[in-house]
Design a binder for this molecule. Structure first.
Ligand code: KE4
Length: 430
């Protein structure tokens, strides 16, 4: 495969951008190769700077549930563009999208738009602290909520001691109020939330984990989390930046029938343009400035082009049968993938819900951070490179999700299945 243009772009990029990329995972460090630079994408395929075409299972890390360049999204942006790109003033577009979000997501009565998932989660946590007057936030090992300081704690620190910084530059006194505990562990959850010495404002969770690879919570765990936070009047925040409008129109909370107090959204609601959002009960959301005292602001929040793209995308996913069709296609694909895995000479475990999935190179169930960390990342890296050579673009990390979009048709999925079968056979030979 020719990669000269990507290679020269990468060396140019490294002179002026840290790591040559604008988000670390794109550097492909954990899969032992240099990043390919994309020039265009259409439907379920992306094309790189050397003209190589790939069937895309990254989907820009989740937003591209319709596939790339969906005509309705493109048209909406083209129609909005001549009116201007940003006003710093309210527009009808953001009201329409806010109404659609409130209609679609069961627990959201009011919503505030921001420009990224990180902004959404950091704002939701600030709001929960402002609303409760308490300080401590509980998160779960392996869940990622963006790069705000208070989320960057070492996994497992909460069970042993208070938060330990997970990155240089994050002061201890910021993360001492963050505890990270194991996902899917009811006993530790109960003990932590009932610890009277903790001044807990909120619990934030990915209702399906997507950042340690895909891990579906045990329903008893998620139900217990909801019941305990309700009993103890702790704000429950669902980080649905990935699962929102992915697992159902109303996200994981609709699919599981478990409603949080606040929800964070991103990715899909921007139609590929920068949008995040946080929303929930009116009583809590009315604490947000300018109505309430909890401050949050953003120059490009509610950007008209992004609102137009998000509106177009949501109008398509709201069409009858959209999720049923995506579910049928994804189920067929995952079942075939599991059959291939079962016959393969290397051990793999496939975790999947809806159109998001992860193939772990391991031989035991993956139910939390510790079991996910047992995966063979070197084997995954080799698999990634095998698949790329076969024209299949997977996430360049074992600990991410693969996404099926509405643009993936059976022939594309069959090509991916054939490539996977070939790769797994090759892996056994090394
Ligand atoms: P952004 O700030 O990247 O828009 O969103 C942060 C975020 C919040 N919550 C969840 C559950 C998320 O998955 C994310 C971001 N996801 C990663 C990949 N899983 C984005 C990819 C990247 O960092 O480049």
């Amino acid at each position: 495969m020719k990669t000269q243009h990507s290679a020269s772009l990468f060396s140019q990029a490294c002179n002026v951008i840290p790591g040559g990329v604008n988000s670390p995972v794109r550097a492909c460090k954990s899969v032992g190769c240099d990043p390919l630079f994309v020039t265009k994408a259409q439907g379920c395929t992306v094309t790189d700077a050397d003209g190589n075409e790939f069937i895309d299972f990254v989907g820009s890390w989740g937003p591209m549930i319709l596939g790339h360049g969906h005509p309705e999204v493109v048209k909406a942006i083209q129609e909005a563009l001549p009116n201007g790109t940003s006003f710093g003033a309210p527009t009808a577009l953001e009201v329409e999208l806010a109404e659609l979000v409130c209609e679609s997501v069961p627990s959201i009565e009011k919503v505030r738009f921001v420009s990224s998932g990180t902004e959404a989660t950091m704002s939701a946590v600030r709001l929960a602290r402002g609303y409760t007057g308490r300080k401590v936030i509980i998160k779960f090992d392996g869940c990622y909520h963006g790069h705000a300081d208070s989320f960057l704690v070492k996994a497992g620190s909460g069970v042993i001691t208070l938060g330990i910084p997970g990155s240089p530059g994050v002061p201890e006194d910021i993360v001492k109020n963050t505890l990270s505990i194991p996902y899917n562990n009811i006993e530790i959850l109960e003990r932590t939330l009932r610890d009277a010495s903790l001044d807990i404002a909120c619990v934030i969770i990915e209702p399906v984990a997507g950042n340690m690879g895909v891990i579906v919570p045990e329903m008893a765990f998620l139900r217990r989390l909801r019941d305990l936070t309700a009993e103890l009047r702790i704000v429950l925040i669902f980080d649905e930046v990935i699962t929102g409008f992915r697992l159902a129109l109303g996200g994981a909370q609709e699919r599981f029938g478990i409603l949080p107090d606040l929800t964070c959204l991103g990715k899909i609601i921007g139609g590929g343009l920068p949008v995040g959002a946080y929303g929930g009960k009116k009583e809590i959301m009315d604490m947000v400035a300018p109505d309430g005292p909890v401050y949050q602001a953003g120059t490009l929040s509610g950007n008209p082009l992004a609102m137009a793209a998000g509106l177009a995308m949501l109008k398509v996913v709201r069409q009858p049968g959209f999720y049923e069709k995506l579910e049928e296609k994804s189920t067929w694909f995952a079942e075939k993938l599991a059959e291939i895995g079962a016959k393969a000479p290397v051990s793999t475990v496939l975790n999947r819900i809806g159109s998001m999935m992860t193939c772990f190179f391991t031989d035991a169930p993956v139910t939390d951070f510790d079991s996910a960390m047992k995966a063979d990342t070197q084997r995954y890296a080799q698999h990634f490179r095998n698949m790329l050579a076969s024209g299949i673009w997977l996430a360049p990390s074992q600990f991410e999700a693969a996404f099926v979009s509405a643009a993936h048709e059976k022939p594309h999925l069959r090509l991916a299945l054939d490539a996977a079968e070939e790769s797994l056979a090759k892996l056994a030979a090394v």
